[in-house]
Design a protein around this ligand. Sequence first.
Ligand SMILES: Cc1ncc(COP(=O)(O)O)c(C=O)c1O
Length: 375
Amino acid sequence: MALAFPVTIHPSPALGAVIEERLADPGFGRYFTDHMALATWRKDTGWGEDSTGPYTSFAIDPAGAVLHYAQEVFEGLKAYRHADGSVWLFRPEMNARRLIRSAERLGLPTLPEEDFMTSVRNVVIADERWVPNGEGEMSLYLRPFMFADENFLGVRPAETVRYAVIASPVGPYFDGGVKPVDIWVTTTYSRAGTGGTGAAKCGGNYASSLIAQKEAYEHGCGQVLFTDATTHTWLEELGGMNIFLVTDDGRLLTPPTSGTILDGITRDSILTLAPELGLGAEVRPVALDARRERAVRQGRRGVRVRHGRGRHTDRPVPPRGDRPSVRHTTAGHLDHGDPQPSARHPVRARRRPVRLAPQGLLRPAPDPPPSWVSR
Ligand SMILES: Cc1ncc(COP(=O)(O)O)c(C=O)c1O
């Protein structure tokens, strides 16, 4: 049976003046709203104990399995207020489906898409006051997550699992607002390998990326870009986002996800909209080395490439083909020199216009107070 996440309104929610002050400068992930959704999965009975109610702490036992084995997955999506006051979620069903894929990979139970939607919708409706007015990249960030909720030190999938949704008003992700950031390319650390958890949105991926992120900060860069774990030849993704490269003639390049890269909803949306906007988009392996990249683009084989300490002859092959033995010995800024238009790689993004489907949640605030739930 579908979960209802019945709503109990907080008896003493934040004062309007407090919310106003926080929305004036929310930062990112700093403040949390009045409500949260909860559900519990038990091996014998499945999902239940669902509710939407006051935001509260968890009591964590020192033997809590998630503290030791990190059996945890999460999602991130936003609710936006439009100029007419209505509130919308952007493609939330994609997050619901990705949470299912992540949970499967981490040995967690899957939460049906319908239940995910109800939980997220109920939190946004209960916390409608916390949805910013949409100016300056502001939105209400929603964080659904699921974790092993069992006090047990044996290594096995948990038999009790907790699901929750919390919300946080946010401004731009980067401190400096919406402006270019320098990117540090690491070829020392890897984010994901074949058969690993790269395609899942799980905490462990982020924990292992932090040392490289730290290195990026130390070099004055705002994000780190990872390369493939085997050869450090091919661009994969950044610590917290997918990568697109823009060529001089305005074409978009992005690597295929291939199991090691998170299947971003922004990435999918860009690839979906690019042809509608008259932009060529290519999904293909993108080499870190400028000469190798040029060779891939021009379809040449057997190119000499200088890397680190030596000279090597490599064929420009995609990450899943024969792996070249070249390794970078140092990390550095990405410089692809002078990208040229490619005549040989056809546009592979979907060409048929596809409408993205944001989901309207709340109608413009009516007068008198809301009865605004729309489905
Ligand atoms: C590692 C990583 N890749 C890609 C993305 C982009 O995903 P989406 O576009 O679905 O937000 C994220 C977002 O948090 C991420 O953490």
